[in-house]
Ligand binder design. Structure first.
Ligand SMILES: [Zn+2]
Length: 197
């Protein structure tokens, strides 16, 4: 942009890389930082670095946490025999709000041939390794074509094992992501989950 100093331009560019932030919002944020005390800018810089340094992936479930294994995996009050398979760590936060007391496994995505994502690109192998004492796997991938395909793949993969495999009930918007579902609907879709194997 004409007339905008280079370092300010760089900040605008950095903000516009964030999801949901358009050029205009990026500009507003950058000007906010510019007008703020130096302390606020330093704080922002620090928390950005801290979050990258302190947050790791749980070695068991791949959830994000400051320690590994994460607090959910080591919580003895939880039912370790019900395992909810989700696409992303963000999904776990949604399930936690419903009061779900099982444990989780983060796949890290869904099978999507068009995007070049196959089963080997997801956290499937170590999912198989943790099923000894599991009696039910709830596949909670999104209600999308890829989410459904991934659920079917998992059902097939687990078919030789002596456990129940279920899928969240519909009532979730088709193609919709879990993040747009309210807690009550999500809770209902857990309660009314359907057996797929
Ligand atoms: Zn964990």
């Amino acid at each position: 942009v004409q007339g905008i100093p280079h370092s300010l331009e760089k900040l605008i560019e950095a903000f516009s890389r964030f999801p949901g932030i358009g050029k205009k919002t990026a500009q507003r944020l950058a000007f906010f930082v510019l007008k703020s005390d130096k302390e606020i800018a330093a704080d922002l810089a620090n928390v950005l670095i801290e979050v990258k340094e302190n947050i790791r992936s749980c070695e068991i479930c791949h959830h994000i946490a400051e320690i590994s294994p994460c607090p959910i995996c080591v919580d003895e009050c939880r039912d370790q025999s019900i395992l909810c398979v989700v696409e992303t760590p963000e999904d776990i936060f949604l399930f936690e709000k419903t009061g779900f007391r099982g444990v989780y496994h983060v796949l890290g995505g869904v099978i999507s041939p068009l995007d070049g994502v196959g089963p080997d690109d997801l956290n499937m192998e170590d999912l198989l390794e943790r099923l000894q004492n599991v009696r039910e796997v709830i596949v909670a991938t999104n209600a999308s074509i890829e989410g459904d395909a991934t659920a079917l793949y998992l059902a097939k993969l687990l078919s030789s094992m002596n456990l129940r495999v279920s899928r969240l009930a519909r009532g979730l918007p088709v193609g919709g992501h879990l993040e747009y579902v309210d807690e009550a609907t999500l809770l209902r879709s857990i309660d009314e989950r359907v057996e797929i194997q």
